[in-house]
Design a protein around this ligand. Structure first.
Ligand code: IPM
Ligand code: MN
Length: 366
């Protein structure tokens, strides 16, 4: 297979973790005989510094000419005082909107070897395996009017039926491939958009009699994510609720540093990025955990290129490295050795090589 991948490292630890992820992608290319053409572009603060624009036209053109995008992270204190049009985050919102990446998939799965870093009791966290399906191009993030004067401000929460339908259908389809349960999260006791959301879920579920659907209010969902997170399978919700709940869910498994995400549309084009931010305080120190970026590459292989075997190979290698007790600073237990970003990435690459050797031995016997 031959594919074009745009890599937008962004700010803070973004360049370090995307470098690690690209190395892993290169190993996959070599081992499975694929060709991935990797081209770099700027976004966020790095793009503001270079082009006074958080999403320059060159970057949009590069992504348009690519089959998928890998992004590091955007933002940092350097740009915090910038006016809103020149904030790094604007670049991320603009790329999501430009490419109509309406479905944001954020898997949260417990890994036994990381439970020591979870703030929850191991017995509460150990069976967690959920997929948060967050609507990404509507709601409060993009609704008009949105403005402020010195003493007043307005943001608008707007959703059309069509926008809700496509994300709800995506969630049902994903649930079919998992445990068949969907929790649809809203605030239908207060918000008009949530009442429309519920109506659409009720209508769409008729075509999915095999799926168990539950409507949940966002406040009690926040609570249940802590008290009984293992009860969730697929969680579907609007943009802002999904932003908040996915950060809450992300810590359950031990570290925000290990969670990948996919932002996709119906034709397979997608943007893949770690859920974590740019962590400017550790940028350039070689301390960042590259697992989320590496697992984002696995999601790219799976969702944009339909390369399930290759994606599983990466996931398996990452899990084995954790099981073998190798951790970056965010996950390490007291008294154990901390691996740098590069050392940890090399462990994953070694593991992929080992897998490949043992697979070829297996093949030579059959
Ligand atoms: C995320 C981030 C972004 C969001 C920010 C950086 C604009 O928090 O991807 O969850 O709010 O969507
Ligand atoms: Mn967020």
């Amino acid at each position: 297979m031959e594919k074009k991948v745009a890599v937008l490292p962004g700010d803070g630890i973004g360049p370090e973790v995307t470098e690690a992820a690209v190395k892993v992608l290169e190993v996959i290319a070599r081992r499975f005989s694929h060709t991935f053409h990797v081209t770099y572009g700027v976004i966020g603060g790095a793009a503001i510094d270079k082009h006074q624009n958080p999403l320059p036209d060159e970057t949009v053109a590069l992504c348009e000419a690519s089959d998928a995008v890998l992004l590091g992270a955007v933002g940092g204190p350097k740009w915090d005082q910038n006016p809103s049009a020149l904030r790094p985050e604007k670049g991320l919102l603009a790329i999501r909107k430009h490419f109509d990446l309406f479905a944001n998939l954020r898997p949260v799965k417990a890994v036994p070897s990381l439970l020591h870093a979870s703030p929850l009791k191991p017995e509460v966290a150990k069976d967690v395996d959920m997929m948060i399906v967050r609507e990404l191009t509507g709601g409060l993030y993009f609704g008009e009017p949105s403005r402020r004067t010195a003493d007043a401000a307005v943001d608008s929460l707007v959703y059309t039926r069509e926008e809700i339908e496509r994300i709800v259908v995506t969630a049902f389809e994903i649930a079919r491939l998992r445990r068949g349960k969907v929790a649809s999260v809203d605030k239908a006791n207060v918000l008009e958009t949530s009442k429309l959301w519920r109506e659409v879920v009720e209508e769409k579920k008729k075509a999915y009699p095999d799926i168990e659907v539950e409507h949940m209010l966002v406040d009690s969902t926040a609570m249940k994510l802590i008290t009984n997170p293992a009860a969730f399978d697929v969680v579907v919700t609007e943009n802002m609720f999904g932003d908040i709940l996915s950060d809450e869910a992300s810590v359950i498994t031990g570290s925000l540093g290990v969670l990948p995400s996919a932002s996709i549309r119906s034709d397979g084009f997608g943007l893949y990025e770690p859920v974590h931010g740019s962590a400017p305080e550790i940028a350039g120190l070689g301390l960042a955990n590259p697992a989320a970026a590496i697992l984002s590459v696995a999601m790219m292989l799976k969702y944009s290129f339909n390369l399930d075997t290759e994606a599983s190979a990466i996931e398996e290698a990452v899990n084995t490295v954790f099981e073998d007790g190798f951790f970056t600073a965010d996950l390490v237990e007291p008294g154990k050795r901390v691996l740098s970003t590069k050392e940890w990435t090399d462990k994953v690459i070694d593991e992929l090589d080992t897998q490949f050797v043992s697979n070829s031995i297996m093949f030579s016997y059959v």
